[in-house]
Design a protein around this ligand. Sequence first.
Ligand SMILES: *[C@@H]1O[C@H](CO)[C@@H](O)[C@H](O)[C@H]1NC(C)=O
Ligand SMILES: *[C@@H]1O[C@H](CO)[C@@H](O)[C@H](O)[C@H]1NC(C)=O
Length: 184
Amino acid sequence: MEISLFSFFSVILLSSYPFSISATPSNLDQLCNLLGASYISPQLCHSIMDSDPRSFTADLNGLGIIASNIAARNATMIAADIQLLLLNSSSSDINREKVLKTCLKLYTDVVPMLNSAAKSIKVKNYSGAETMLNVATKVPANCDNAAIEETSLWSLLNHYDAGFTYVVYVAHAIAAYIERYAGN
Ligand SMILES: *[C@@H]1O[C@H](CO)[C@@H](O)[C@H](O)[C@H]1NC(C)=O
Ligand SMILES: *[C@@H]1O[C@H](CO)[C@@H](O)[C@H](O)[C@H]1NC(C)=O
């Protein structure tokens, strides 16, 4: 099993070789190709990281900071949207209001945590960053669970939860990668 997996990856490496001959791959390309976890494809990594132009010139440490910054911005925007939903929802619907407040708190509280994760990466405290990002990965499921009995809200909130899941998993995987292969 291990041998066949190994040759599987060798085939992929060999077959992708001609494409990297002409240009030196950027740190971002290398990182996205190496993250390798089954749940993060290079395409997903790029779809998140390419949204910040600093990614194209950053070093590995910088990419970790950018990924956490992207996640913090994403959570900030989600919290703002949930705040609007709360303002526009009728206060007589107590359950709806309760769910929205729970998710608002989750997405509001995770922002400073993601900002500290970025600061920890800056000072090369990768294990500290990884711990905080790991906690942040729980936010979407916690919001989803809070909403589970409010059918109309659930699909709306799940849309935000699904988007944030991608962003925070990429940030977490990058911090974990840096810790493992380039860390202290
Ligand atoms: C790294 O960050 C964690 C979490 O904030 C903290 O508990 C720990 O003391 C930090 N380690 C260092 C060496 O600063
Ligand atoms: C959060 O990021 C995801 C993935 O890039 C994106 O699809 C989504 O639109 C973002 N959410 C907000 C509110 O910006």
